[in-house]
Design a protein around this ligand. Sequence first.
Ligand code: ZL4
Ligand code: CA
Ligand code: ZN
Length: 373
Amino acid sequence: MSKRRVAYYYDGDTGSYTYGLGHPMKPHRMRVTHDLVSAYGMLDKMHVLRPKRATPEAMSAFHTDEYIHFLNRVTPETAEELTYHGTRFLMGEDNPAFEGVFEFCSISAGGSISAAQRISSGAADIAINWAGGLHHAKKREASGFCYINDIVLGILELLRTYPRVLYIDIDCHHGDGVEEAFYTTDRVMTCSFHKFGEYFPGTGTQEDRGRGKGRNYTVNIPLKDGITDEAFKRVFEPIVNKIMEIYRPGAVILQCGADSLAGDKLGCFNLTMNGHAHCVQYLRAFNVPLILLGGGGYTVKNVARTWTYETACALGVQDDIDPNLPWNEYFEWFGPRYRLEVPENNMDDLNVRDGSLDKVRATALQQLSQLPC
Ligand code: ZL4
Ligand code: CA
Ligand code: ZN
């Protein structure tokens, strides 16, 4: 079966919000991505839906009422006072109180909740929300460009239907907010691949593997700079395959953070567009209901290329796609080659050099072998 029913969530307003001058997170990348998806003619091949905005009540399934109430009324002018001079709710310059921050969050969270509902109802095989994937947000505070944890809210929605949900995170940063939310339960397995060592947020060692009932249901894959497609595949495939075999999730969420791509402004990996999208293709082949979310990604043209290609992978039309980009609103951004590609660069792969990659994989597989079958 090569075709899947795909639901694609997009709100034309997302691209208009801005975190402020010089901030690396650019919501505009969502508009560039959507424009490219549209230029490739993919909108006619899937259900394109505008998500219902998440209400404060829906957000309170995870976040505290106090925090949501704060987020719902804070403005650039009142931020100083309402955060008690930057000591509560928002942390420093990573999470500014920008104009429309609550609406922005309600679109991102609304998309992931709607995606989960669409999957649970059986109306779609794959649901996509590129405005989601904001994995650092905590119960009572914002962190790392993330305010509301749309992923946790999406998983909670899936748990109403499925006994077990799998979360996989290929963003270059550790998925700490999602990990923390489900650290003590065996109903959600979280698995994050990330750069570890002098890097935000600083968590995600292989010793952190869950607690109580959740023991061994948290999987962390700490990596070093410069990982290539081939090396990434050598950890991703065996670990994901083993998880699918042993855990048998009813649904899977894949956070497709694009800062793991070569040349990202904040990331430090060396994945190509194809290597990144291979993760999507690999999971899709298991034929389990799948949700694709966005996340990081700070070199906008490469984020747009990759999420566009991954939309094609979800549809199963990736082989029909023209490697030369079609004309689109942002065409000149994609020069000088104007191609659908993110090539690797010449950085060293520090994972392979010292054999640390093989150790990390062995440790993870050993952890998984301790789970009941
Ligand atoms: C910026 O230029 O490592 C924010 C953040 C704002 C504009 C003007 C202010 C200049 C880089 C980052 C001062 C900025 C100081 N502006 C930021 C420990 C830090 C404290 C804050 O992909 N300073 C914090 C967060 C990470 C830290 C990464 C990844 C999200 C995700 C999912 C979040 N925070 C040091 C940094 C700039 C900025 C320039 C920045 N912040 C880079 N890395 C961080 O996983 C979406
Ligand atoms: Ca990650
Ligand atoms: Zn990231």
